[in-house]
Structures are given as structure tokens and as C-alpha cells.
Design a binder for this molecule. Structure first.
Ligand SMILES: NC(=O)c1ccc[n+]([C@@H]2O[C@H](COP(=O)([O-])OP(=O)(O)OC[C@H]3O[C@@H](n4cnc5c(N)ncnc54)[C@H](OP(=O)(O)O)[C@@H]3O)[C@@H](O)[C@H]2O)c1
Length: 253
């Protein structure tokens, strides 16, 4: 098979197309797509999460993009929950006063926008929504903005703080599985929200971006309410990818 070179933009358009159009029912996914005049052929094995064959020439950036996103867009799950959090080397996502813009690199920020673009909905915690006033758009990459849900079990947000297109959800809504009609649900933090979904065993995948800064204190990324024993810790087998100077750990939960 003769090899072709494609740009990151073309690779991303391919991922969006797989996400919206290509059926991934079989364990071997055959991707044959014409994107911007490039005829791209990839055989992706979902079981061992491996690209068996491809006509793409070696390019580290393209290969990482495919390795990160093929398992997500080709998932057999009817509904999948993916979380992302960027944390300092010492495990904090923001200072005590709530400043977090931006702990991670511009490359990771672009990655966050990609996660938004392949998701049907995005869930963000009420503290984050209140303090950061995030736009939660896909402005850095191709792709549509997801619907926005704010996790606000304590009802701290006032109705005039929320526009009509944003929905408020509580812990009860989460447990009632209000989201079964969606394919991909992306939880963008903060730490309390991600920890809630993790404790309830709802998450399928977590992206932890480790950033080379030390905060020495602040808001935690993961919060455990129960006592844990070192001998019973769950051990992960993460894949990792460079995001500028940061390292992204991709954990299948
Ligand atoms: N670095 C990153 O990737 C990143 C991403 C997003 C946000 N952030 C930062 O994270 C900070 C906010 O995060 P956060 O962890 O404080 O809050 P959060 O996840 O944004 O908000 C969670 C909300 O749910 C409430 N809650 C009630 N019961 C809960 C339960 N059982 N489990 C979980 N939440 C429950 C919390 O109330 P209580 O607070 O009263 O418990 C809070 O109102 C901000 O400073 C923001 O800048 C960083």
C-alpha cells in the first residue's frame, strides 16, 4: 500500500466523520474515506486498541491524534462518559482562590476543544461555571459545540446566571441516567464533579493532563470520601502522550 501524508486538520476531519457517520459495530473497523482529496484507509482493531493497517505515512502527531481518539469515536458503548482534568505535579487543578487559567499548555487546550467537538454534551461543575465562566466552545478546532449541562446539586447558581440553552442537573438526575440518549458525554471538571462521577463508577475513560508546575496547595483533582488502603488501590495501565510540555495520561477506567 503506498503511503500518503495528511495534515492534522485532515486527520481531525476524519475523526469527526468517523464519530458522526461510520458504523463501528464490528471489532475490526475498516475506515475508507476521502477527506479533502486524500483517500485514507485504516483498519482499527477495537479489541486490542491497535491500528492494524493504514496508508498514512509515519507522523508522530497524526498517529497520537488517532491513538487518542479512535478508541473514543469507535466505541461500541451506547453511552460513554469521558472526563478530563489538568493538574499540577502535586495534584491541584486550581489555586485556593480558584484560579486555573491556564495550568495546561495551549496544545492541551486544543485537546480539550477536540473532546468537546466529539461529545454530544459537556458537563461542568457549578463552582467551575460560577468561578471560571467558561465559554465551553470548540473555537480552536473544527466541530460543533456540545450542549452544556451544569452539575449543581446544591443549587448555588441563580437563574439569571444561566442562559436558556444551559441545563442544570443534580446528583439525582445523574443517578436516574438522564443521558442514555447520548453517545458521548464529556465531563470537564472541576475536581468535585469528576470525583462524584468516578465514585459512582460512571466514568469509562479519564484524561489526566499532568502539567509541569507546582502549586503547593489549592483545589484537588480527585477527592475520595471513603477511607482507602494502599493495598487495595486500583492500578491503571495508562497510555501517555505529549501535549506541548504537558503529559496526557489516557486511563481506561
Ligand atoms: N485544571 C482543570 O482542568 C480544571 C477544570 C475545570 C475546573 N477547574 C477549576 O476547578 C475549580 C472548581 O472545582 P471544584 O472541584 O471546586 O467544583 P466543581 O466540580 O466545579 O463543582 C461541583 C459542584 O457540585 C457540588 N456538590 C454537591 N454535592 C456534591 C457531591 N456529592 N459531589 C461533588 N460535588 C458536589 C459542589 O458543592 P461544594 O463546593 O459545596 O462541595 C459544587 O457546587 C475552579 O477553581 C476551576 O477553575 C480546573
Amino acid at each position: 500500500m503506498s503511503k500518503i501524508s495528511i495534515s492534522k486538520k485532515t486527520a481531525w476531519s476524519l475523526i469527526l466523520k468517523i464519530n458522526s457517520k461510520i458504523s463501528c459495530k464490528n471489532n475490526l473497523v475498516n475506515i475508507n474515506e476521502d477527506i479533502r482529496g486524500h483517500k485514507i484507509n485504516i483498519t482499527y482493531n477495537k479489541i486490542n486498541d491497535h491500528i492494524e493497517n493504514s496508508n498514512l505515512s509515519d507522523d508522530h502527531e497524526i498517529s497520537d491524534l488517532l491513538k487518542i481518539f479512535l478508541p473514543i469515536v469507535c466505541s461500541s458503548k451506547k453511552t460513554q462518559f469521558i472526563a478530563h482534568i489538568a493538574q499540577s505535579l502535586d495534584g491541584f487543578i486550581a489555586t485556593n482562590s480558584g484560579e486555573s487559567k491556564y495550568i495546561s499548555s495551549k496544545e492541551n487546550l486544543e485537546h480539550i476543544h477536540r473532546l468537546r467537538a466529539i461529545s454530544d454534551i459537556i458537563i461542568v461543575g457549578a463552582n467551575t461555571f460560577h468561578e471560571d465562566k467558561p465559554k465551553l466552545t470548540t473555537r480552536l478546532v473544527e466541530g460543533e459545540n456540545p450542549k452544556i449541562y451544569v452539575f449543581d446539586p446544591k443549587r448555588i447558581l441563580k437563574s439569571n446566571q444561566i442562559s436558556n440553552n444551559i441545563k442544570i442537573i443534580s446528583d439525582k438526575d445523574v443517578m436516574r441516567n438522564k443521558f442514555s440518549k447520548y453517545k458521548t458525554i464529556y465531563i470537564e471538571g472541576g475536581g468535585k464533579t469528576i470525583s462524584y462521577f468516578m465514585e459512582k463508577n460512571i466514568l469509562d475513560r479519564i484524561h489526566v493532563c499532568l502539567c509541569p508546575v507546582i502549586l503547593g496547595g489549592g483545589r484537588s483533582s480527585f477527592i475520595q470520601n471513603k477511607n482507602i488502603s494502599i493495598n487495595n488501590l486500583k492500578s491503571y495501565d495508562p497510555k501517555h502522550y505529549n501535549m506541548g510540555n504537558d503529559v496526557l495520561f489516557d486511563l481506561k477506567v
